[in-house]
Design a protein around this ligand. Sequence first.
Ligand code: FES
Length: 64
Amino acid sequence: MTGRHTVRMVAGGPIMVEGPVRIEMPDGAVVESDRFLVAICACKRSKTFPLCDTSHRRRARAVE
Ligand code: FES
């Protein structure tokens, strides 16, 4: 590998990684993205996990 890639951790959000990326999951599945910048879910609420679908933005309803 040449050069360095920037990985940026967003507070309360995803981990932004310069793409393209190949993500190897614990079960052996592989997820690939050719995007220039890939948002990897860090909250585990994404319906497209391991990719972020912005579900981290949804706030839990306040209990009244
Ligand atoms: S970080 Fe965005 S959905 Fe999990």
